[in-house]
Design a protein around this ligand. Structure first.
Ligand SMILES: Cc1cc2nc3c(=O)[nH]c(=O)nc-3n(C[C@H](O)[C@H](O)[C@H](O)COP(=O)(O)O)c2cc1C
Length: 233
């Protein structure tokens, strides 16, 4: 089974390190992993959220297309820069659009990576995880991935492409954890939707058969009692 991952960068600037992480993740998935596909989905063209732009059950064209991508994905890989100790505005905007009813994020597995100064964007992770509670995203807990871009040696080339082998290896570990968790979620959904109803039918059939046998037994006893009333009392 192939897990479809949508990759979203919270930075929409051209030389973004966070987008660079996602391009590297796509490359790692293609070259080193099986059963996982990662697709970069743009958020820069989404309008600012304004519910006046919604019709009855409809959204602006670009928003509809974005929501469809999320709906069709099994899981989400966020590259989340830290803006003022939180997630970036473009990322929050995209999250809000896809969370409008009907919420299309629900029950998907998700992972966060980030690049930046100092803590490497780490503080944005905790706000993103909190947002995930409301929209029913299920984040992997580990491995955590924060990359301090400015700590030598250099991790990116001048075009914002990741060049550091150790960082690529960490990305691979995140993808593997995301894949495993996505499969577990899919299996539990299968259990709930298919296996549980099937076993209910099986049990119901069995109980039905037993109760049929019981009523057969009772009928036989009643008949016997009726026939031999004076003897059985
Ligand atoms: C509006 C804004 C707010 C920022 N706030 C923080 C911050 O709170 N903490 C931090 O470590 N870096 C902060 N930064 C720096 C960015 O995290 C850093 O530039 C990062 O590389 C941006 O990601 P990108 O390269 O993918 O665009 C901020 C940058 C911007 C533009």
């Amino acid at each position: 089974m192939t897990i479809k991952v949508v990759a979203i960068s919270g930075s929409i600037r051209s030389g973004s390190y966070n987008s660079g992480l996602l391009r590297a993740a796509i490359e790692v998935a293609k070259e080193c992993l099986q059963g996982i596909e990662v697709e970069f989905v743009e958020i820069s063209h989404l309008p600012m959220l304004n519910t006046d732009l919604e019709g009855p059950g409809t959204f602006p064209h670009d928003v509809e297309a974005f929501r469809k991508k999320i709906l069709e994905a099994d899981s989400i890989l966020f590259a989340s820069p830290e803006y003022n100790y939180s997630v970036s505005a473009p990322l929050k905007n995209a999250i809000d659009w896809a969370g409008r009813p009907p919420n299309v994020w629900g029950d998907k597995a998700a992972a966060i990576v980030s690049a930046g100064a100092g803590f490497g964007g780490g503080r944005s992770h905790y706000h993103l995880r909190q947002i995930g509670i409301y929209i029913d995203l299920h984040f992997i807990n580990k491995p955590e991935f924060f990359l301090n871009v400015f700590q030598p040696p250099a991790k990116f080339d001048n075009d914002g492409n990741l060049t550091d082998a150790a960082t690529k290896e960490k990305l691979k570990e995140v993808l593997l954890a995301l894949q495993a968790f996505s499969l577990r979620l899919k299996e539990s959904l299968y259990d709930v939707l298919v296996k549980a109803p099937l076993s209910i039918v099986t049990w119901a059939t069995l109980l039905g058969a037993i109760s049929d046998q019981n009523s057969l037994l009772l009928t036989a006893l009643a008949a016997l009692k009726g026939f031999s009333g004076p003897f059985l009392g």
